[in-house]
Design a protein around this ligand. Structure first.
Ligand SMILES: Nc1ncnc2c1ncn2[C@@H]1O[C@H](COP(=O)(O)OP(=O)(O)O)[C@@H](O)[C@H]1O
Ligand SMILES: Cc1cn([C@H]2C[C@H](O)[C@@H](COP(=O)(O)O)O2)c(=O)[nH]c1=O
Length: 215
């Protein structure tokens, strides 16, 4: 029975690496995947992992019908034995519905990879639809860690190391960008307190104000 599986986790927890491993293992057995992505950091039409692996992919456009794309592909006599969709948080809810239809009507497994929530800890619309429709939601096993050592569960957007809570939902970027706009994964406690590695470190270095000693 084919499935729609949503592999989710924070940024930098190995989602794209797993997508590439699934692709590698299936292609090693002669299967052919249809790989979709959108706004990968490596550029248009790429699926890349921080481990250095990259593969070509179909860049999903606004309003593109993914079910129709696959039907068209198959009706030209070309193969697709399964589907991978990376950066699935950037897909529109309708495109997630189309992927579910690929599973149900074309009988293909669809493996979607993405972050669930944005820098304000709000669901991306595409991820929300995946949670609603997926046969399974799998949380990645390799957990990313907050600077405090706890499991990171939230994505913070940072500017110069400081967490920000205003801005567009979609800003393509990376972790470990201390001088620029970037991202940092945090545990919920430190996301709520807006404490990044940089600001926690600055706090530790600043002189205590209390208790006040009187002469
Ligand atoms: N130099 C490295 N050595 C070993 N593992 C690394 C290295 N750099 C990155 N990684 C691994 O790659 C993961 C990020 O993989 P990636 O697939 O790019 O993440 P995601 O798609 O979830 O953002 C890190 O959590 C870490 O486990
Ligand atoms: C939290 C958050 C992230 N993004 C962007 C930043 C990256 O380009 C991707 C996530 O990629 P990864 O492979 O999972 O590291 O999403 C965003 O646009 N908005 C956000 O709030």
């Amino acid at each position: 029975m084919s499935e729609l599986v949503f592999f989710s986790g924070t940024m930098d927890c190995g989602k794209s690496t797993l997508a590439l491993q699934i692709e590698h293992n299936r292609s090693a057995r002669g299967l052919q995947g249809m790989i979709f992505t959108r706004d990968d950091r490596a550029g248009q039409g790429k699926l890349s992992s921080r481990l250095g692996l990259v593969t070509d992919a179909v860049e999903v456009e606004d309003g593109q019908d993914l079910y129709a794309y696959l039907v068209d592909h198959l009706s030209q006599g070309r193969r697709a034995d399964y589907v991978i969709a990376d950066e699935a948080q950037f897909l529109a809810p309708e495109q997630i519905d189309q992927l579910a239809r690929v599973v149900d009507d074309l009988g293909l497994d669809v493996y979607a990879f993405g972050i669930t929530t944005d820098f304000r800890s709000k669901l991306f619309p595409g991820s929300q639809r995946l949670v609603e429709l997926a046969d399974r939601v799998e949380v990645l096993q390799v957990e990313a860690l907050c600077w405090c050592g706890a499991r990171a569960t939230h994505n913070a957007r940072t500017i110069g190391g400081h967490m920000v809570v205003e801005g567009a939902q979609v800003v393509v970027g990376d972790v470990n960008q201390p001088d620029d706009i970037g991202y940092e994964v945090l545990c919920r406690r430190h996301h709520r307190r807006r404490m990044t590695a940089a600001t926690a470190h600055a706090g530790a270095l600043s002189p205590d104000v209390l208790p006040v000693e009187t002469a």
